[in-house]
Structures are given as C-alpha cells and as structure tokens.
Design a binder for this molecule. Sequence first.
Ligand SMILES: Nc1ncnc2c1ncn2[C@@H]1O[C@H](COP(=O)(O)OP(=O)(O)OP(=O)(O)O)[C@@H](O)[C@H]1O
Ligand SMILES: [Mg+2]
Ligand SMILES: [Zn+2]
Length: 478
Amino acid sequence: MSILDELEHWSPEAKAKLYQRLKDERAGERKIFYCTNPGRTCDGQPHEGVPYNHARADQWPPIHTPAWLTFALVGGRGSGKTRTGAEYTRQMTKRTPRLALIGATNADVRDTMITGISGLESVYSNYGEKVEYQPSKRRVVFPNGCIGGVFSGEEPDRLRGPQHGFAWVDEPAHYPLIDDVWSNLLFGLRVGDDPKIAVTTTPLPKEWLKTLLNDQKTVISRVSTRANLSNLSPTFAEAILSQYEGTRLGRQEIDGELLEDVEGALWNGDLLQYATLGPEDMDRIVIAIDPAGTANRRSDETGIIAVGKRGTGRSAAAYVLRDRSGKYSPSGWATAADDLYRELRADAIVVEKNYGGDMVKSTLENSGTSARILVKTAMRSKQLRAEPVVSLYEQHRVWHIKDAGLGKLESEMLGWVPGEGDSPNRVDALVWGIEELIDTTPPGRIITPKSSGPTPSTPRRPNGLPRNRPGRNLRRAA
Ligand SMILES: Nc1ncnc2c1ncn2[C@@H]1O[C@H](COP(=O)(O)OP(=O)(O)OP(=O)(O)O)[C@@H](O)[C@H]1O
Ligand SMILES: [Mg+2]
Ligand SMILES: [Zn+2]
C-alpha cells in the first residue's frame, strides 16, 4: 500500500496535523538572508539565531540615505553581487506588482539571474518558496503574484513602454547598449511612489558607470571577492585569485575598484567584450607564440595565446580562446604550445622569425610536434602591428571567451603604453594570432610603392571622448 492510499483513510484532523508538521519541519530548513542584527553591522558569519552564512552588511540595501534611487553593488568576481540582486528582488516583490529583470542577454537573465546558483530560483528555494519562470512570456511570476519581466541589454527598445516599480540590472557595465537600456528603464520606472533600482556589477571604466556612481541618488556598496571567500568553492576562488592577484586588473576584478584607463594605452576597458563559445564553434584556430628571451625583453615569460576565427571576409570575427603564457624553458613552451594545439584541434602554430631566426621553429620541431608551423616576419614595429588589431576590437570584431582565464592578458593589454617599454609577450602573441586569422589591411587602401611600407599610424581617439564610428580609423588611414 502506498502512502497516498494510506492517507485516504486518515481523518481530516490527522491530515491537517501531518501537514502542519511537514510545514514546521520545512520551516526549520528555511534560510533567511538578512538577519536582524541592529545597525546592519553583521559580517554574515553564523551567529545566534542565524546559524549559517548570510548577508554581510555590504549586501544590505541602504536605509540611512534618504531619497536614493539606485543601490549599486559594485564588486569583484564572485563577491556576491548576483545573490544580493536576487535577494533584494525578493524583498521588492512585496512592494511592487511589476518589476524588471535585466541581464546582458536573454540567456544571461535565464542562466544567471533566474536559474543560476545565485539566481531567483535558488534564493526562493532557501525560503521554501518557488518562482514560476515562463520563458515564452518572457517573465517570472513570483509566489505573491508580482510579475518580473525579462529584458535583455541587447534589446533596449523592449524596455520602452512597460512600467515598473523596481528593476534589478545585473552586470550592466558590460552591455554595449547600456545608455539606451538605462534611459528607457528610467522612463518606465513609474509604478508606485518610490521606485528603486538594484545594479549589481563588476566595474568597468565606462562613462555610463562613472555617471551613475557620481549621481547623488546612487548609493554605492563596494565588495571584494575576498569578503565572500567563505561562500566560494576553493577552485573558483583559486582561479580568480591566481589569475588576477598582483595585477593591475586585479584591483577591478577582485577589489571591485573602478580603474581609470591608462593614459596612452592602446586598449581600454570599453573594448573588451565577451562571448561564451567553445573551440568547436570556430572555423579555424591558431596557437600564437612569442617566446621569452628572443630579444632583450623585460619579461621572461613566453606568450602562448590561442585565437579562433568565425566567418569570412569583412564579417569574420576573432575569438581569444586560451592563454597558456608563462615562464618556460624552450622545450617547455614548445610542449605547452603543442599540448594546446592538440587540445583545441588547432590548425597551426604561429611564430615570429625575427630575433630568434629559425631557432624558434627548430625548438618546436625538436619537441616532436606534428603541428603545421607558420613562421612570420615582422615588417613593422610592435605598435604599428598592434594598432589595426585594436581597430578590430573597436569594430566589435574581437571577442574574449568568458571565464577562459584571460585576466593576465587583459591586464597587459590595458596597461601597455607604446613607447614605455617593450610590448608584453602575451600582447605580442595575441597580435600574431589575430593578424594570422583576420585581414587587418584597411579597406580600399591603394598599394603604391610609397605606402607599401609600414601602414601609417591610425589616429587615436583621445581617452574619454566618444568612440569613433566602427571602421572610421581604418578609412582615415586609407
Ligand atoms: N552572504 C552570503 N551568504 C552565503 N552565500 C553567499 C553570500 N553572498 C554570496 N553567496 C554565495 O557566493 C557565491 C557567489 O556569489 P554570486 O554569484 O552572487 O557572486 P557574483 O559577484 O555575482 O559573481 P560573478 O562575478 O561570478 O558574477 C554564490 O554561491 C552565492 O550564493
Ligand atoms: Mg554574478
Ligand atoms: Zn547576521
């Protein structure tokens, strides 16, 4: 006899009693996030009444500031931003019937904000509650009937029209169209008399973010990855810390600091954009190497970067897949490059001929690799070769693979100022890889004996000014 059959014979009173017991038992497993410590001074560690990890003071929305509009939780990777956004959203469902959930893409809203480990479903389950995600209607229905509309940072126009009393915006510093997203959101933020926004993001030196953080109606909470170590898996924490610790970018990615762009650097934070693709999605992959010790380099690291390509001609885009750079012996880097070549089923290994002459090629061959080796000769200075690659970034034709451990590479890109020392090995390898895959010659350039030498330097946009239209640099250089 099954339990259900058994229940058939129970009296209504007995059933009610059993139901109450189950309910009480479940209540014991409910985990509140915000404790009742007076003054919100809690460090989030277990204490009396709340015997498990819970909200730290920096994860509480503001109370003491009057008339705030935006709660901006700006923090390092894994510092607890998304969890805070989801928990605060749950609080706000009690205050407004309509709210907006905005992520970089529809997939991000779904995979991070709704079904992710720190997302709404997981948060609600801590309270023994359920949210109903209705993808076809692009919305979430909360237990009390509040409706959360799903919006992607890629479609700002969809935010035109709907009205909301609250919005949670996750990682907006990464949306290329954030200005439009933000103004449309503000325009529709008119349900109730005290609408609020929660912004949870890693900082990027973007004008939009700087303006937001300087706004009098914004309350900022800055969170470091280190503050959340006790809630992170050791592998994740180790991956983040080892990648960024001690680098300039670490101040952004670990400490959540807003870094200014480095004066005179070729790349700036705005140029980095991320994709979640794998090697299997690529039409072609190369491993580019810039060996240490081939010249009087300031670094003794060998740059080993894997870059893939999708598409053809002017619509081709490059994807930076891996960075295996490091301190290696010559046979060490050859093996590391060959391993990566085989791991990604790459098409070729690209090396530079200059300085090392054939040494680099023979080191690779001696390591026993079966890879096709393309030996390149640098005709132009490092800076002149890097500039067209930067233009490709400006045209959104280069993507970095999300969570692929590219922190040190990015740090070098954003920190290298031409003329102030050699370019870093990672950057050189990156430039070799992208050059090999994507045609970087400016369109319509007429090759005359005069201009067949070094490409003229493309005019640089002074930092902080509005970005040139894509391709403008290239046309001007033509
Ligand atoms: N106060 C807290 N108590 C318990 N667990 C927490 C707390 N804050 C965050 N966490 C947990 O820490 C982990 C990382 O948090 P979360 O995903 O919110 O970080 P994040 O800053 O959004 O990370 P990312 O940079 O990857 O977007 C999650 O498992 C989350 O549930
Ligand atoms: Mg997050
Ligand atoms: Zn507490």
